[in-house]
Design a protein around this ligand. Structure first.
Ligand SMILES: [Zn+2]
Length: 255
């Protein structure tokens, strides 16, 4: 099971999922008992990072140091250093989505104000399009009742709706700022980005790269490749298969 939130892999407990509104929920044992099968639970961005680590594209070396940023209703990061996923002391490493970029910014689903996620999630892009204050906590029901999905908005941007395009470009400016934090703090060899936003990558990539370059501290850091991974590659699902396969093998690369 791949969930949008922080997970304790040892206990299968969801520690905090702002999008689901869950804290300390034990889902592993309940599902395992009901299904009569072993169940693994993992954080979505980490699962995506595992899918790159274990099931990356053929013929391409798997980088030992990279970050995988998922942009959906939330924004999360899976970090790999020296070929290992970084989980942190108590399973909250990689929560760049909740780094504040404006102390007085909109209220995030986590309850704090001005998180990167509140400016860059799909909810933020949709609410920007509607001209609403970027407060996903309050806007979610309105957005759902409008029936407009992020894929619809991408279609509008592609068909020449300037407001739709601008909503994505503004998201890219903030997302690039967020990626510059990852570049400056972890200096990964590359950053993968997953989520619907990759479907409009050609229109947002220049803004995103410029935002990274503005804050990167060296020319090499500014040149960190940012690689979109198409949703059609099902990174979360592939990550889930990696979860089950990973314990079977001793190392991500088999000689
Ligand atoms: Zn937050």
């Amino acid at each position: 099971m791949v969930v949008p939130g922080m997970v304790d892999r040892g206990t299968g407990r969801v520690l905090n999922s702002p999008q689901l509104g869950w804290k300390n929920v034990d889902i592993r044992d309940a599902f395992s008992n009901a299904a009569g099968l072993p169940v693994h639970v993992e954080n979505a961005p980490i699962a995506c990072a595992l899918s790159q680590l274990w099931l990356g594209q053929r013929g391409r070396d798997v980088p030992a140091d990279f970050a995988y940023v998922t942009v959906g209703d939330g924004v999360g990061v899976g970090i790999v250093v020296n070929g290992e996923v970084v989980r942190g002391h108590a399973n909250t490493a990689g929560e760049f989505g909740h780094v504040p970029i404006d102390l007085d910014g909109p209220t995030c689903l986590c309850g704090a104000r001005g998180c990167l996620e509140a400016y860059t999630s799909n909810l933020a892009t949709l609410s920007r399009y509607f001209g609403q204050e970027l407060s996903p906590a309050g806007l979610r029901s309105m957005l759902h009742s409008s029936g407009l999905t992020i894929s619809d908005l991408i279609a509008r941007a592609r068909s020449g709706d300037k407001r739709a395009r601008n909503a994505f470009v503004e998201t890219a400016r903030y997302l690039g700022t967020g990626l510059s934090m990852i570049v400056n703090s972890l200096n990964p060899s590359q950053i993968f980005v997953g989520g619907e936003i990759t479907e409009i990558w050609d229109q947002i990539a220049p803004t995103l790269q410029r935002a990274i370059a503005e804050r990167a501290l060296t020319a090499a850091a500014a040149a960190t490749p940012v690689v979109p991974e198409s949703a059609s590659r099902f990174p979360r699902l592939r990550g889930a298969t990696a979860l089950v396969a990973a314990p079977v093998y001793a190392a991500p690369q088999v000689a």
